[in-house]
Structure formats: structure tokens, C-alpha cells
Design a protein around this ligand. Sequence first.
Ligand SMILES: Nc1nc2c(ncn2[C@@H]2O[C@H](COP(=O)(O)OP(=O)(O)OP(=O)(O)O)[C@@H](O)[C@H]2O)c(=O)[nH]1
Ligand SMILES: [Mg+2]
Length: 328
Amino acid sequence: MFSFFKKKEQPKEIIEEPKEKLQETIEEIQEEVIEVKKEEKGFFARALEKTIGNLTSIIPKKQEKISFDDVEELLIESDMEYEIVELAMDGLPEFITRAQLRHRLISLFEHAPKLDTATLPKPYVQLIIGVNGAGKTTTIAKLANRLKTSGKKVVLGAGDTFRAAAIEQLSIWADKIEVPIIKTKQGHDPSAVAYDTIHSAVAKGFDNCIIDTAGRLQTQTNLNKELQKIVKVCNKALEGAPHQKLMILDGTQGNSAIAQAKAFNEMVGIDGIIVTKLDGTSKGGALFSISNQLELPILFIGIGEQKEDLIVFNPDEFVDSLLDGIYL
Ligand SMILES: Nc1nc2c(ncn2[C@@H]2O[C@H](COP(=O)(O)OP(=O)(O)OP(=O)(O)O)[C@@H](O)[C@H]2O)c(=O)[nH]1
Ligand SMILES: [Mg+2]
């Protein structure tokens, strides 16, 4: 009898111990998630420091309601295009609450199509496009770093064969992040590099393939034909590729980046935008016009020169960080 009771108690102890541990682990994970969320919000506020600084020169003291005229000035000052300001403020009262303005600002991002990231083809091919110096190569390194950290196998394609030192620049990043790179010599055909990169990714079972391109202006006909050729050749290497043509826009250029993106969109069709150098500009409000006018999603923002300095763009957090600077 005695030994029977003993036996019954033992498994109880064994079952309860992991339960407690499980609860502890769940609590730890929840705390970590909250920390990460706080950090991301911190990142936004940090990235928008200059933009918010600009706003607080108009509204030095946080308020519960802000007059229509002041809100209008704030939005224009943050580099939101006047047409968009009018659209956002249409019908708002003489004194505007945070909730009223928040709703209007967030809705400016709403018509951009959402990307379905649940069922991505493998390898998922991203082609990186933009004008000279926008931040393409650095953003590739940041994207690759994110993917690698989340356990994906990534290969880079050094498709900027035009500018001296461009191949070297991406190679240095590839070494730093420890991802393979497919490259050729300067002056060689960038389409061939794109083809080889995709081919290698297919053969080796890679998850992601990110291809760099040379910086070009929307007016450079030859370079633009070359870009169209790269897109065609990607599709030859793997049907459906490139799956994402990402336009990199320099945030310090504010609204003038919109015309560039429109031209590239007509030329090859753009699937999403990444705005770089948001840390170095007071023109953060241009993001409203960029997303609204192009009807394209802003996927990430660049907030520095290091491989970690890329955050997922979230309209709610972006708007909240701006409003935190002026509303109580
Ligand atoms: N502060 C800051 N600097 C950035 C950011 N992204 C890129 N840069 C810097 O901008 C400069 C140009 O970046 P690249 O990545 O070489 O730009 P690119 O578009 O590849 O340039 P090209 O290949 O010459 O057309 C570099 O000095 C980067 O360090 C960012 O988010 N914030
Ligand atoms: Mg480059």
C-alpha cells in the first residue's frame, strides 16, 4: 500500500515541475516581446529625432488640442506635399485632437497593397533599384543580415558592374555578414551576374537571393534598358523572378524622391519602397506623400549605416512617434 501511494505521488511531482518552468518561460518570452516592441518604438522615435525637432519648433509645448492652422504648418514643415496635407485635413475642426489627426494620418498609408509574405517562393529573388547613392548596397547588407539572423540562407548578387569599387563594396559586406556573393569583373554584363546568382541559389537550395544594381537616373536611357534586360534575364533564370523589385529612396531628398520612383515604376514596375537615411533628415513627413502618391508599400526604413540599422516600417508606430512629440 505504502509503496503504491509513493508511486502515485512521484509522477505528480514530475508533471508539476515542467508546468511551472513552462509558465516561467512563457512569462520570460512575453517580457522579451514587450522589450522588443519598446525597442522598435524607440527606434522610430530615434529615427525621427530631426523631424520631431522641427515640429517642436512650431509647437514647443505639448498640447491636448492643436489649432487647424498649426497642424497644417506642422505637416507642411515635415515635408508632406500640400495636396496630401489638404487631403488629410479635409473637414477637421478648428482644434484637432490627437485621435482625430492620428486617424487621418494612418489612413494615408492604407491604400498601399499589402504584401503576402506567408507563402514566398524559394529562392525569393529581390532586385534592388535606385538612383546613385540612395543607399542600395548598404540596404542589401541590412536586408541580408535580417534574413540571415532569422535563419534564412541568403546569397548576394553583385549586379553593379558599372561603378568602380561597387563589387568590392558589396563583397566587404558579404564577408562581414558571412553570406556568399556571386560576382564578376567591372564592366561585365550585370544580367549575367543576376542569372548566375539565381542559378546558384536554385542549385544550392537557398531561401533568398538579393541582387544589387548600379545607381541610375530615370533619364539615362541606356542604363534603363539595361535594367529592363536584368529583369527579363531574372525571369529566364527562374520563372516569376525577380519576385520583388525594391526601390531604394534617399529620405533626405524628401518629396523629390517621388518623381524618381514614379519613373522607375513605369519602367520596370516597383513592388515596394525602402526609405533610407531617415536618421539624417527632418523631412520624415515625406513618407506620407511617398506611400500615398505611389500607392506602394513602404517596407523598411534605414536609420543608420550599420547592418542592424533597418527597421520594418509600421505606419501606426511612425504616426505615434510623430504625435508623441507634439500632443500630450
Ligand atoms: N545615415 C545613414 N546613412 C546611410 C543609410 N543608408 C545608406 N547610408 C549611407 O549612404 C551612402 C551611400 O550608400 P550606398 O549603399 O553605397 O548607396 P548606393 O545606392 O548603393 O550607391 P551607388 O551604388 O553609388 O548608386 C553610404 O555612405 C552609406 O553608408 C541610412 O539609413 N542612414
Ligand atoms: Mg551601390
